[in-house]
Design a protein around this ligand. Structure first.
Ligand code: 5AD
Ligand code: SF4
Length: 500
């Protein structure tokens, strides 16, 4: 609460500065837009984020905590006395990338030994103290639930005392912190609504690195969205490992809901109620959410989506495998048939809903038959787009303990290529089906290829590029689609959109 009050006070005198992103690295992000308050910062911090949207959102919480502790956020690591990497552990490759990046920063530390380097997020939680031994240049290790301890840990590191906090919390949701939007287009923002995950998919490290599932106070969610709206934001994405499982009953873990009082149960707020509340309270805001888990997505949520124009017609619905045998081994809590039933309901209630997926290929024991079932499920749904991965064994997960990683690299690669090729075909067909249609696009930024064109997204989350004319970033524009490439729709602006 203390942090929140101070930060709000600073924001009243705030001035926005736009910085360039001069420091190139492997596909991740440096801070570009930050709030400079009237109070003088004495130190500079640089934050780089990897992995899921949740991590990017957490970095905005970290930026806020640092800003109340004399740190200005810079986009130049060479200017910073504190370098933080917000890390991802989901696959081995993600961790390799971080280790390589830490090596890159070693040379800065050689030039200036006062620089402190911190590792945040899932990899910090997984590797814990060992980080300080394995990566000699790391000074601070902080897990996802301990960011409020950062000022204390930074002080410890400055005094050359071991600075590690990887305690997972039953309560922490950072609801009292106003995130500082970094790398923002000032149009779209993430709003985190749940933390942790109770699903225990056998391949996944997240339940171990992000702890048990808890939901955020709806009042603080509404407050955050209100403040975004006042600043001119037009779109928000509600975030959680499993948003559909959102359940507010006054605080506490999701798994303890059964122990709640009758009154708490009666007045509890589930995801469909939260979604409705947000859609009704902010009719001029576009609303997205991610990620949905098939077993938790209810008909009520689909009906709320159908009812409110300002909720985007897009559902990210990972299925991981089309084979019931593999789904069982993955401890995914739905069958192929139940998944298909859910898809049927979505298509029945929201016929133009964009649907995307996550797939893992080469899970232990996966046969050609299992693989074909994944392809056939893709054929059935015809997803708009998706994220496709080869299985990567993660230490400590149930799958690593129970099953041998027995699918050869070659087979994993070949199956992944088949999956990607099929998805590309479906994505391209989907894009072509938009040609001739007029759709509402929220203008986000310059098109990558031409600064005479705007780039934005339609409700289904597909990128749309069109001539700028007199439209501005943040406008909702009706665009008629004329053509497409494999990943982008190309169109002409018709008029300001009235649909939102
Ligand atoms: N190997 C490969 N992919 C994984 N994912 C999660 N864990 C693993 C793993 N061990 C994928 C899943 C999940 C997405 C975020 O990452 O598809 O939905
Ligand atoms: Fe990992 Fe499964 Fe939780 Fe997603 S739902 S974060 S895949 S355990």
């Amino acid at each position: 609460m203390y942090i929140c009050v101070i930060f709000k006070k600073q924001l009243n005198n705030s001035e926005e500065i736009l910085l360039k992103n001069p420091y190139k690295h492997n596909g991740t992000i440096t801070s570009t837009v930050l709030k400079k308050t009237s109070s003088k910062f004495t130190k500079k911090a640089y934050i780089e984020s990897y992995g899921c949207q949740m991590n990017f959102s957490d970095s905005e919480v970290v930026a806020s905590i640092l800003s109340t502790n004399d740190f200005e956020i810079t986009s130049k690591p060479e200017d910073a006395s504190l370098i933080l990497l917000n890390t991802c552990s989901i696959r081995d490759k993600a961790e390799q990338k971080i280790r390589k990046r830490l090596n890159d920063f070693n040379h800065l530390k050689r030039i200036n030994s006062k620089i402190k380097i911190g590792v945040l997020g899932c990899m910090a939680e997984r590797v814990k103290h060992k980080f300080l031994e394995e990566e000699k240049i790391v000074d601070i290790v902080v897990g996802p639930d301990s960011y409020k301890d950062l000022p204390n840990l930074i002080e410890k590191a400055e005094n050359n005392i071991e600075a590690v906090n990887v305690i997972l919390s039953k309560k922490e949701t950072y609801s009292d912190i106003s995130p500082i939007r970094i790398n923002s287009n000032n149009v779209s923002a993430f709003v985190s609504i749940t933390r942790g995950c109770d699903n225990m998919c056998t391949f996944c490290v997240v339940p171990f690195t992000r702890g048990r599932e808890r939901s955020r106070d709806p009042n603080s969610i509404i407050d955050e969205i209100s403040s975004l709206q006042k600043k001119g934001y037009k779109e928000l994405t509600l975030l959680g490992q499993n948003v559909d499982s959102y359940l507010w009953y006054g605080g506490g873990l999701k798994k303890d809901f059964s122990k709640a009082s009758d009154l708490q149960k009666k007045t509890s707020i589930s995801f469909d109620k939260l979604l409705r509340l947000i859609a009704e309270t902010f009719p001029k805001m576009r609303i997205r959410f991610s990620t949905s888990n098939p077993q938790d997505m209810t008909l009520e949520v689909i009906k709320v989506m159908m009812k409110f124009e300002n909720i985007c017609n897009h559902i990210h619905l990972p299925f991981q495998s089309g084979s019931n045998r593999i789904l069982k081994k993955m401890n995914r809590l739905y069958s192929r048939e139940e998944y298909i039933d859910l898809i049927k309901k979505i298509k029945e209630f929201i016929p133009n809903c964009g649907i995307s997926h996550d797939i893992i290929t080469g899970f232990p024991t996966e046969t050609e038959e299992d693989h074909k079932e994944t392809l056939s499920l893709m054929e059935y749904v015809k997803y708009d787009f998706g994220y496709m991965f080869s299985y990567s064994e993660r230490p400590g997960t149930l799958a690593s303990k129970k099953y041998k990683d027995d699918i050869s690299l070659n087979t994993k690669k070949r199956r992944l290529t088949e999956i990607i090729n099929l998805q590309q075909k479906h994505s391209h067909n989907k894009m072509k089906s938009f040609i001739g249609k007029t759709m509402c696009v929220l203008v986000e930024k310059d098109s990558k290829k031409s600064n005479l064109k705007w780039s934005g997204r339609n409700s289904q989350n597909t990128v749309v590029v069109f001539n700028k004319e007199n439209y501005k970033i943040g406008d909702f524009v009706d665009v008629k689609i004329k053509d497409c490439t494999s990943g982008t729709l190309l169109g002409n602006a018709i008029s300001y959109s009235k649909s939102i």
